[in-house]
Design a binder for this molecule. Structure first.
Ligand code: ZN
Length: 275
């Protein structure tokens, strides 16, 4: 499932392609014909993301709300011309100008909503480390009162928005936190460390399009960012994610896995022992 950095990049790219234009909106698949008709010809004002939700604001208080879910994609074809980009697969929504065609396929959710409804959606979401001025205290209030494990809580979008299965496993490893520790037994300093790590790591995901968590790659991408040029990473590496059975990069123990909150959690039983 796309995590928050992917939605952030998507909002940024849609903004760059469509801001100030009046795209023609259609639903080649037909499932979103009424919604597309509502948007078509309106001026695209601004796109933003909050966690895994995308909001594209059009004039006249119409907002496109998209959640990609597990399999959804929203691809932007640059240098395209209307009519010249064939419809491939089940395209729920196409946004077309004479310069760009964007196709949304397989979303979990695609709707036209009002600004009030946008507020109602975001009010139910926890802070997103990529948003301007997010409030980590809000997440801490939810975590510190909960008997659920920190591995479950990090995936709960009403607690913390944007973190998915890869970042949760990797950040808990980076901070050497036992993933099965209940939220109410987590120290405030541990939460602060998780939050600051996410604030630090997510922009690297935005810059590269990949989840960067292993120290050497983090350093590499950081120095490239400082120089203003980020090379595409050839391979994604991780500390624990999808490394079950392989030796921990720090202590050599075998990485373990178990399903938590519907997705496979990965961790090192030795490095992440309860202290
Ligand atoms: Zn280890």
């Amino acid at each position: 499932m796309p995590e928050g950095h992917t939605l952030y990049r998507l909002a940024r790219d849609l903004d760059a392609a469509y801001r100030g234009t009046q795209p023609e909106a259609t639903s080649p698949q037909g499932k979103f014909a009424a919604g597309a008709a509502l948007l078509s010809g309106r001026t695209f004002v601004h796109a933003t993301s909050w966690g895994k939700h995308l909001f594209a604001e059009f004039d006249g208080d119409a907002c496109l709300h998209v959640h990609l879910g597990l399999i959804g994609t929203f691809t932007i074809d640059e240098h395209a011309y209307v009519g010249e980009v064939p419809v491939v697969g089940q395209v729920r929504l196409r946004l077309a100008t004479d310069a760009h065609v964007a196709d949304l396929r397989g979303p979990n959710l695609c709707a036209v909503i009002t600004p009030e409804q946008v507020e109602a959606v975001t009010a139910r979401l926890g802070p997103d480390p990529l948003r301007p001025d997010p409030d980590p205290d809000l997440a801490w209030r939810g975590i510190s009162r909960s008997g659920r494990t920190v591995a479950e809580l990090l995936m709960d979008q009403s607690v913390l928005a944007g973190v998915g299965n890869v970042y949760r496993s990797e950040v808990l490893f980076r901070q050497r936190i036992d993933p099965f520790r209940p939220g109410k037994e987590l120290r405030r300093s541990s939460w602060d460390a998780i939050w600051l790590d996410l604030v630090d790591l997510l922009p690297l995901g935005v810059a590269t399009g990949k989840i960067v968590t292993v120290a050497e790659q983090v350093e590499q991408v950081r120095s490239e960012l400082a120089e203003g040029q980020v090379d595409p990473l050839t391979a994604r590496t991780s500390y624990v994610y999808k490394r079950q059975g392989e030796p921990c990069r720090v202590c050599g123990s075998r990485i373990r896995t178990r399903e938590v909150a519907g997705r496979n959690l990965f961790w090192c039983g030795r490095c992440q022992r309860r202290r």
